[in-house]
Design a protein around this ligand. Sequence first.
Ligand code: URA
Ligand code: ZN
Length: 384
Amino acid sequence: MTRPVVVDIHTHVYPPTYMAMLRSRKTVPYIHDPSDNGTPRLIILSSDDDPAIPIDQRGRPVDSSYSDISVKLDFMRKHGIDCSVISLANPWLDFVLPSEASDWAKLINDDLNSTCAQVNKMADPENNLLLVEKASLFAFGALPLSAPAPDVVQEIFRIRGLSHLRGVIMGTSGLGSGLDDPNLDPIWAALEATQLLLFLHPHYGLPDEAFGGPETTARYGHVLPLALGFPLETTIAVTRMLLSGVFDRFPRMRVLLAHSGGTIPFLAGRIESCIMHERKFEENGGDTPGPKRSIWEVLQTNIYLDAVVYGQAGLKAAIESGSTDRLLFGTDHPFFPPLNDHDGQWMSVTTNFNAIYASLKDAPASAEAIVGDNAVRILNLEEK
Ligand code: URA
Ligand code: ZN
């Protein structure tokens, strides 16, 4: 396989089996098919399911771009993306009955793996089936997090054996009590042992009250939950991991943070300063164990950030907090499609490309690393 130049590590799918499961549900998350045969609606965030909104208008439209891999490949071609590392979109399997979670994880992960294998076979120039020009896929697997921890560990080791999976995607609720839950330790241990990359991604946001109540949240659509709720959710989750010593106990764990770490790069100094001044922590005279490794060390050894931040200010903070070697291009496809010009390039994609090239106009090799080479190295994206 030729070496991919542009790699998208933040790009989602809902496989058809998952879409069917959402269609069979009546509570969040679910898919509603309008009675007039209009575009189906995805009611995914709790704030979407507002009884004051007619059901045909709740949530957001969900078309074939969410589940049809040929639409993903068209999107890749349109934007010059050579390789995508696809992942199940939120809320993953968080809501699935514990007794069914492991079976769902196996189904989804096997499906992702065979989709990647099929597409890469088509892209292989030695294969006569040259249906796709220079596009390849890898994937992050889903975890059965509503099941007991040993089942999750078992799936992590199974994922390691799947040829096209390179990591796992996870939300911030962990086993239900957040990411500082000590019951997650066997899962962190399995991720550290396998060296699978943990892609940490938000879904739950903040309570409506943080934005002024449900009416205010609803008035502005998805802006408050997605622009602020998502990044703050990630920030809180990672800070809780740090405070509880996860990175002290698992110093080789590798974590990729969505949306350039939420606000972690911007707030890292403040987080570190608050830790240094917290009297509760043992090192400062208290009796609660505080984190042993500094946030700066964790940012430079454990954490990778995507470059999905839509502007130079955020991107420069991400570069400054880690390094250009730890940043990876992403699109968040199929979310944030253009509202009008459906044929042109997506603004959500070009904004991220532009931020990378403009921030690094004096260091083009670093820009290229972010756009693709880092992902190839960090995720070992050569076809075996
Ligand atoms: N909205 C979502 O629900 N998920 C994403 O990944 C991006 C936007
Ligand atoms: Zn995403």
